[in-house]
Design a protein around this ligand. Structure first.
Ligand SMILES: N[C@@H](CCC(=O)N[C@@H](CS)C(=O)NCC(=O)O)C(=O)O
Length: 250
């Protein structure tokens, strides 16, 4: 039997969630190995052994134990898995359809991904020392991107790149949904009609609740900063849950 791919990270990370969700969706077994973002300790992203494997020092990191192949960056990992396993539904082969998915994926990092820097990290990652200016700029970029999704992409299409769900939707969803009222309650999307319809559709995909369990367990953080123990407990319980599902995939 083939050894499982290793994924380094924690479920609280948006980028980790998107990769795990796609792997579960496609029923590709994995082993999640707890790796703490920002930590210089042995199981952290700033430990020399992690940096040697993944020079940019971010989670998720993928390792294929059979070949020693290493890759980080959630989007690169998803594209790699789609290419390798021919998941052409999630990453179409047709150059024009793939172009539409790539369009969003290239746009993602300085737009929707700013949800994390603008809203999530200022509460949960005080160690990053994000300045007010940076937070404000990220919030502006995120809000502009939401408008673009609402008035263009999701107005014209059911999903971001057309009528079918693709890795563009997984990437966008984990960022946008983490702020939603049912999770951290940092952003209310009820005025965004098309976006709300898409959020609802995405939330019905298989394994949505499993990968988002970490947010459900942490709860609303809009009024009170959660204690580190609560964050760790949410991460660890979801970690065990995901590893258990991943080892029983068929
Ligand atoms: N562009 C990266 C972003 C990943 C990322 O920002 N990961 C954060 C955790 S959510 C991280 O590893 N941070 C490392 C640190 O804070 O030192 C991706 O999509 O994989």
């Amino acid at each position: 039997m083939r050894s499982k791919l290793k994924i380094f990270g924690v479920p609280m990370s948006q980028a980790v969630r998107t990769v795990l969700w796609v792997m579960l969706y496609k029923k590709l077994p994995f082993e999640l190995i707890i790796t703490a973002p920002g930590s210089p300790k042995e199981n952290g992203t700033r430990h020399p052994s992690y940096l040697e494997k993944y020079p940019n020092g971010t989670i998720p990191g993928l390792e294929d134990p059979e070949t020693g192949y290493l890759l980080s960056e959630s989007i690169a990992i998803m594209c790699y898995l789609c290419n390798k396993h021919k998941w052409n539904d999630l990453y179409p082969e047709d150059p024009e359809l793939r172009g539409k998915v790539d369009h969003y994926l290239h746009y993602h990092h300085r737009s929707i991904k700013e949800a994390s820097t603008g809203y999530f990290a200022p509460i949960l990652r005080p160690d990053l020392g994000l300045s007010e200016d940076l937070i404000n700029m990220s919030q502006r970029m995120f809000n502009n991107a939401l408008k673009a999704l609402e008035t263009q992409w999701l107005k014209k299409n059911k999903f971001i790149a057309g009528d079918h769900v693709t890795i563009a939707d997984f990437s966008a969803y984990v960022e946008i949904a983490q702020l939603n009222t049912q999770f951290t309650n940092l952003f209310d999307y009820s005025d965004f009609e098309n976006l709300s319809r898409w959020l609802e559709d995405m939330s019905k995909l298989p394994y949505h609740d499993d990968v988002h369990m970490v947010l459900t367990k942490m709860g609303d953080i809009s009024e009170t900063v959660p204690e580190m123990e609560i964050i760790m407990k949410a991460n660890l319980e979801t970690f065990s849950h995901l590893n258990e599902i991943a080892s029983n995939l068929s």
